[in-house]
Unconditional design. Structure first.
Length: 285
């Protein structure tokens, strides 16, 4: 499979050396890294404003999501949607903790912002291996992959993170005032980045369904038959992505993921129909 992929990338020069492909891949990776570094430098230059207004947003009582969910709770009469304000005092237990934390914010932020360019570089590497009819089926691939990634990242940041941190910050193992939740900066950043990146990857489900159907790995019938198993798996994924064990935040993850699964079934039907029409044309020709 790897050799066939490399031969197809080589076009007329099917015997293109393996080392040449690696060299080209190295330049794609290098350009992606440079893009991340440039954006990381920009983010690092404004780290104070970015931390106060973006990174610390989900634990800020004035965060827009808290206000919107309170309004939604009033409309739907679901009191659990209106979360009480929290006050979180973070700490850094090492001299270099805040400095290294700034690097984490800069590089992860640089990767998220540069994601469209990174995928574009990846796409440029694999595009020569695709046939003309395959390229028609992958039209707007960069747009859809980027769209679902940012949609998932926004969901994780604006929806899941506030519920997660609000629950964990207010949870008490006992009524006795002997324990105080005082997370480290690294702990907070780790949880926030995992939620954002995890949701960004999870929201690629429709794109994966389309691609896997196109290559013949799955069919819409298969997805329908496995729906009951998908529900269980997505519930587990929701519990894994959501650090807090409350059912509201887990449902806030599960419902969008299940919706994406159904979108994946719809997209798979379209891809399967296109593949069947193509096979019929090949049989008649």
């Amino acid at each position: 499979m790897l050799q066939r992929f490399l031969n197809r990338r080589g076009g007329s020069n099917a015997e293109m050396a393996f080392i040449d492909h690696l060299e080209e891949l190295r330049w794609h990776i290098l350009r992606s890294v440079v893009a991340i570094l440039i954006l990381a430098i920009v983010i690092f230059s404004f780290h104070g404003w970015i931390f106060a207004n973006v990174i610390a947003g989900p634990i800020n009582p004035d965060f827009i999501s808290y206000r919107l969910f309170c309004r939604l709770g009033e409309i739907t009469k679901v009191s659990g949607l209106c979360m009480p304000p929290i006050h979180v005092d973070m700490q850094s237990t090492t001299f270099g903790g805040q400095f290294l934390g700034t690097f984490t914010i800069a590089f992860v932020g640089g990767f998220i912002v540069a994601f469209p360019y990174i995928f574009w570089e990846f796409w440029k590497f694999i595009k020569p291996a695709l046939k003309t009819n395959e390229l028609k089926n992958t039209r707007f691939a960069i747009f859809w992959v980027t769209f679902f990634f940012f949609l998932g990242a926004a969901f994780g940041y604006f929806v899941l993170s506030p519920f997660t941190f609000n629950f964990l910050a207010g949870f008490q193992i006992s009524d006795m005032p002997m324990l105080t939740t005082r997370p480290t900066l690294n702990d907070y950043l780790s949880n926030l980045m995992n939620i954002i990146l995890g949701c960004g990857v999870a929201f690629e489900l429709p794109v994966m369904a389309y691609v896997l159907t196109k290559v013949g790995v799955i069919t819409p019938k298969f997805l329908k038959q496995k729906r009951r198993y998908a529900i269980v798996i997505l519930l587990i994924v929701a519990a894994f992505i959501t650090p807090s064990p409350d059912w509201i935040s887990q449902m806030l993850v599960f419902i969008p993921l299940m919706s994406l699964y159904e979108i994946g079934v719809f997209v798979s039907k379209k891809a399967y129909r296109e593949r069947e029409e193509k096979n019929k044309k090949n049989e008649w020709s």
